[in-house]
Design a binder for this molecule. Sequence first.
Ligand code: CMP
Length: 138
Amino acid sequence: MSNRTFTMIKPDAMKNGHAGAILDKIIKAGFRIVALKQTKLTAETAGAFYAVHKERPFYGELVEFMSSGVIIAAILEKDNAVSDFRTLIGATDPAKADEGTIRKLYAASVGENAVHGSDSDDNAKIEGSFFFSGLEQY
Ligand code: CMP
């Protein structure tokens, strides 16, 4: 079990002005920020990041949405990071997310769901290194 996960604050939450409140919840939940940046994905880089979903019916919509505005990408550290972060953000579909979770509070739909969280330790490493070199992680 690794102690790091990877997150993005997605274009919907950035546009709606929720980035500060989301980062506050993440820090108050006990995650340490290892690396963080604001950036913007292109259709090409969003497509590569989500390549695992290439055959899914929502892939085109996902790539278009994720490249529609700036995002914040971050690597987070905490004991049990992947699992605890998924608990903090709630279910992928905000309609199914528990009260008080980030997606319940700030997400509108399964496609525009405010935040990403890695689903495994292996993917946390792959996704973190998609955005950050080793020299950018403190
Ligand atoms: P995320 O955790 O970033 O990883 C894959 C994303 O695909 C997921 O969040 C959702 O935003 C998106 N997704 C999953 N299911 C659907 C769906 N049925 N329609 C649109 N987008 C989806």
